[in-house]
Each structure stands twice: as structure tokens, then as C-alpha cells.
Design a protein around this ligand. Structure first.
Ligand SMILES: [Zn+2]
Length: 270
């Protein structure tokens, strides 16, 4: 079976274990919002027995894609308590980055268990067992994350990033989220967006700012130049790294981001 992006592939593989072969359509490091599927993707997908997608408008290319291949698909965010994107052209639309909350990923896991149980009912017990073990790890990492971030003083509890991808993590961790652009598909920083972020960083004495691995950090480096903030490092959201890289799994991704954020905001930045 296929997933639309690498994070989802890893989550699904943890449920499927040895019974389900999981592959991601977009590769590690790819920009996933405005991805353009290749003829090879279409050929591969038409042989799949199931495709899992995130939904919430994450994959703008997916509706057309899945129509072209005529393969059953399941949306894994079913049942999530959705946060809307604030402001601009996206006002009122759901923020798609729900997996940035490990609590939400427990819901992803339940949806995957259901989908796999229909695909391979003979292994349903194993899927449920794998899911329980993985959910325990998700709960551990959530506690780890909120504990680590709880040491931050109130005035440093701001998470300034390129993309507005951290609403769910910010909600879990009690951080104020500020970003240059709402969704990577547009990823040009307008003068108005730049000015708003620079004003916020100056006004709140934000010690560090961040950018995601799948986009250029140039606009954020301009924020660094214009303020007293340092560049706190690369955060991973929309894609895992290759197997040998810093975040080959979802649990690695969350741990990496939490460590990077805490280190930079508490003065441990490079
Ligand atoms: Zn994104």
C-alpha cells in the first residue's frame, strides 16, 4: 500500500509490521503540499490496494491523483480536533499539520488499524497489538516534549517558523505560534508577512527563530539580520530524512524538533 508522504508511511509501517508493505509516493525531503505526481507515481499507485492520505488539504494534488488511479483511499485525520489557519487567504481552512501533535497521531494510528483490518482481516489482531505498542511510545514522547518545553519562561514561549506548521505542537506545549507564511505551497514571503514577524520578534525579545527542512531558510535569515534573534536551527515537519539522516522516523522527528526548540529558546543555540 502507499501513503502520500514519508511521515505517514512510517506511522503506517509501525501498525502494519511484517504484514503490510508500505511505501510513500513523495520521497524523503520532498515538498509535499504542491507536489506534482509523475507518470511513474500514477503507474505504481494503480497497482496499490490502498492509499492513505492526510487530508485537511495537505496534499493539494491528491484528489485528482486518486481519481486517475481508481484505488481505495482512507483519510487518516478522521476524528481529529482540527485547528483552523488564522488569517490571509487561508482563513477558516483547516491546518493540515495535525501529526505534529503526538496525541493526534494516536488517532491516525486508530484510523490506520481500521483500514489495515479491512485490507487484511487475518492480521487484525497483530495490527491492534502493534498499534498499542506504538501508542505507548507516542504517549511517552508527548510527556517528554511537554516536560522539556515547560522549563521555558513565559516571555520565551514563542515558536517563530517559516511555515505555520506548528499549531498543533504549540497547542500541546503551550507555545505562541508565529510564522512567515501559512502553508508551504505559497512559500513566498511578502513584505507584509516579513514585517509582521520582525515586529513580533523585536517586541517580544524572541531569542531564536526556526525554519523547516523542506523550504529555503533565506527569509528567516533576513529576520535574524533584522532582529536580535539567532537562527535556532532546522525543524522537520513535512518530510522525514533519508534512513541515515537526522530524522528517519516520526518519533525521531518529534524528538529532534523538541530538542532543537528547547535548546535554542533556552540559550543553548549554536
Ligand atoms: Zn507543511
Amino acid at each position: 500500500m502507499l501513503t502520500t508522504f514519508t511521515v505517514l508511511a512510517d506511522i503506517a509501517a509501525n501498525v502494519g509490521g511484517d504484514h503490510i508493505q508500505v511505501e510513500s509516493i513523495t520521497k524523503a525531503g520532498a515538498e509535499i503540499h504542491g507536489y506534482e505526481p509523475t507518470p511513474g507515481d500514477v503507474a505504481k499507485a494503480s497497482k496499490a490496494d490502498l492509499i492513505l492520505d492526510n487530508g485537511l488539504n495537505l496534499e493539494s494534488w491528491f484528489a485528482q491523483f486518486v481519481e486517475a488511479v481508481d484505488v481505495p483511499h482512507v483519510v487518516v485525520t478522521e476524528g481529529i480536533d482540527v485547528i483552523d489557519i488564522a488569517g490571509d487567504a487561508y482563513a477558516g481552512l483547516p491546518n493540515p499539520h495535525a501529526w505534529m501533535s503526538p496525541a493526534n497521531v494516536e488517532i491516525y494510528v486508530e484510523n490506520v488499524v481500521r483500514a489495515f483490518g479491512e485490507l487484511a482481516p487475518e492480521h487484525a489482531d497483530d495490527f491492534a497489538m502493534n498499534a498499542e505498542a506504538y501508542k505507548a511510545e507516542l504517549r511517552d514522547i508527548r510527556t517528554e516534549l511537554t516536560d522539556a518545553l515547560s522549563v521555558l519562561p513565559q516571555n520565551q514561549r514563542a515558536l517563530v517558523t517559516c511555515e505555520g506548521a506548528f499549531s498543533y505542537l504549540a497547542r500541546d506545549a503551550g507555545l505562541t505560534e508565529v510564522y512567515i507564511w501559512p502553508v508551504n505551497a505559497e512559500q513566498q514571503a511578502t513584505p507584509k508577512q516579513m514585517a509582521a514577524v520582525i515586529d513580533f520578534v523585536r517586541a517580544n525579545d524572541v531569542p531564536a527563530v526556526f525554519c523547516e527542512s523542506t523550504v529555503s531558510d533565506k527569509p528567516m535569515q533576513q529576520v535574524v539580520s533584522a532582529t536580535d534573534a539567532v537562527y535556532g536551527g532546522v525543524l522537520y515537519v513535512d518530510s522525514l530524512s533519508e534512513a541515515g539522516g537526522p530524522v528517519p522516523t516520526y518519533l525521531d522527528l518529534i524528538r529532534h524538533d523538541a530538542d532543537t526548540i528547547v535548546a535554542a529558546l533556552t540559550g543553548g543555540a549554536r
